[in-house]
Design a protein around this ligand. Structure first.
Ligand code: SAM
Ligand code: SF4
Length: 337
């Protein structure tokens, strides 16, 4: 029971000094994105396959296992934790997880579809989770129902406004797809005239079961050109690890940005680690490899050496859009973006 001893003695104490998680290319990894749950209350066509292959419950992390793994990453230098999913707010122990992480010295953020925000807003605010990305791909109610295969448009719009009124830092993620919503780029930018949010247009990425096709992907250059036909806009300065290129129409309260994972990747400054609901770790969104941390944890082993090795071995960049499109990868709903 050596392992169990390790587990008991290694609950986070906050005073350990560690070498940073660094790869062979000198990139320090201090940002953990945790997919809390595979399931979701929406069924977005670009994310959720028609017949998802859910992981059996016994192979998913319990609350305690998930928190132990997250704590271990924090001990190893993680300073930012983003909660995602599936839909993170659907996880029944969400409040326990939030409460636990609020006691850690990390910046908390979340990516959500926004449906359940009003029920959680007080708790999120009280626990300092103030940076929220809400996914909304259209400003047309009927289209929302078509893309997400569910209702809820009005709720999401209301909840975005509620977040802004309550002082949260709000970004809205829009996956841009040809013949689906690319005709709404201008309307989304116009939305930022009075609303202090950042709209982030995301190039459609290929994942298992989402019927990705190169023709459906609208590249950054085309998005900029289309927006430029209506608005003059300025390029803003981006942060060192930003995946988004930021722009603003002068005088507008909000901004817009473009995430060009497909046509202009940002791998050189990547600091991201992904942990999935089944305890698997991924060192890149597009990596087809996953490393199981849950089994070693259940065997009472310290996952640190495995974590360090996975980071060390990270590739310099993903291999370009055509190669990505040919690879098999999980469905996005189980990775979390
Ligand atoms: N349910 C939450 C939500 O929708 O925000 C969190 C999970 S969702 C998988 C995380 C992000 O991934 C969302 O912003 C979503 O738009 C994005 N996403 C999903 N599938 C995608 C795809 N094929 N290409 C680009 N982004 C995608
Ligand atoms: Fe659910 Fe988010 Fe995927 Fe839509 S994008 S199906 S809301 S996990």
């Amino acid at each position: 029971m050596m392992g169990m001893k390790w587990l008991l003695s290694h609950r986070y104490q906050g005073d350990e000094m560690n070498e940073p998680l660094i790869d062979k290319h000198g990139r320090i990894h201090n940002y953990l994105r945790v997919s809390l749950i595979e399931k979701c209350n929406l069924r977005c066509r670009y994310c959720m396959p028609e017949n998802p292959d859910w992981t059996p419950k016994e192979e998913l992390c319990t609350t305690d296992e998930l928190l132990t793994l997250i704590d271990r990453f924090i001990e190893l230098g993680v300073v930012k934790v983003r909660l995602t999913g599936g839909e993170p707010l659907v996880r029944k122990d969400f409040n326990t997880i939030l409460e636990h992480l609020a006691g850690r010295d990390v910046e908390l953020s979340m990516t959500t579809n926004g449906i359940l925000i009003d029920r959680h807003i007080r708790n999120l605010k009280d626990h300092g989770l103030l940076k929220i990305n809400v996914s909304l791909d259209t400003l047309i109610p009927e289209r929302f129902a078509m893309i997400t295969r569910r209702t809820g448009f009005e709720k999401v719009i209301k909840n975005i406004k509620l977040l802004v009124d309550e002082g949260f830092e709000v970004k809205v993620n829009v996956v841009v797809m040809r013949n689906m919503n690319e005709d709404e780029l201008i309307d989304f930018v116009r939305w930022t005239k009075d609303l202090p949010i950042i709209i982030r247009f995301i190039e459609f990425m290929p994942f298992d079961g989402n019927r990705w096709d190169d023709d459906k992907m609208v590249p950054l250059a085309e998005m900029k050109e289309r927006i430029g036909e209506e608005f003059d806009f300025d390029k803003l300065t981006d942060g060192p690890h930003d995946t988004t290129k930021h722009y603003q129409v002068p005088g507008f309260a909000g901004q817009f940005g473009i995430i060009s994972s497909m046509t202009e990747h940002f791998c050189g400054s990547c600091n991201r680690i992904r942990l999935l609901a089944n305890g698997a770790m991924k060192n890149c969104l597009f990596s087809t490899d996953e490393t199981d941390l849950l089994t070693p944890l259940r065997n009472g082993e310290d996952p640190e050496p495995i974590i360090r090795q996975v980071i060390l071995e990270k590739k310099p960049s993903h291999a370009g859009r055509f190669n990505i499109a040919k690879q098999e990868n999980r469905s996005m709903v189980t990775i979390g973006g």
